[in-house]
Design a protein around this ligand. Sequence first.
Ligand code: ADP
Ligand code: MG
Length: 279
Amino acid sequence: MEEIILKARNLKFSYEGNSHMALNDFSLDIPRGAKVAFLGSNGSGKSTFFLCCNGIHRPGSGMLYYNGKPMDYSRKGLLDLRKKVGIVFQDPDNQLFSASVYQEISFGILNLGVSKEAAKEAVERIMEEMDIASYREKPTHALSGGQKKLVSIADVLVMEPEIVIMDEPSSSLDPKHVRLVNQAVENMSAKGITVMMATHDVDYAFAWADEVVVIHEGRVLRQGPPQEIFADPALLHTANLTRPAVMEMYDILCRKGILNPDAPMPKKLEELLSRLTVL
Ligand code: ADP
Ligand code: MG
């Protein structure tokens, strides 16, 4: 049976001075090592849930379990949790504190009390891996949006987390940096890291995710494999989601008798097109 790394049960959360519930009976299970896409309109509660996952927000009621244990909100508990659950914020300016890139990435790991030498080795390794070593001396505020995003990912990865949460990582990035971020995400999964990502890109979610979590008005409407989630028109309508382009085209081509519906549905448009060219 798959192991659940993070479990949420009936979380309720509202922001101070706001009677509106940002999370309202929010429950889900995250399998260890999975690629999990979070879909839902703006304001549905994705970011609020993410901030609960590493203890920045504490739910008013309900319970979060990490590796089967109720979340520990003591000082030490939170420190341990934040090593294991890293968040890449949607806006890097909320994460980076404008030291040099090198200082920025070493800050968190030095705070864990590791030796200077060990920290240096870890920071060098991650800068190499992310291909950001060439701007190591630059202050983070002088970087482009795409470079800031890569540094904020390195910031999290240097801690060797078990879960990486990415809040709309590709919003406002150019195509080159979208590719670099997607590559970094693939590398995380290859290392066995659990990745939770909020995105509005249904085509990407369909191709990438093992599991899709659909959030609506502070609740999990449904969690399941992308093929199931995107096959439910009523669910998509409620959550204001569109079907992935590859699904639409596959259906049309099957209806017209151009593709054989017994063959499995491809995950990406490129795969669908390559099937057409061999016809
Ligand atoms: P999403 O990430 O899905 O767009 P959020 O978690 O940011 O959704 O927002 C959920 C709800 O909480 C929304 O109604 C939003 O207006 C509210 N909210 C989010 N952040 C704050 C905040 N800092 N103060 C007050 N209300 C907030
Ligand atoms: Mg958000």
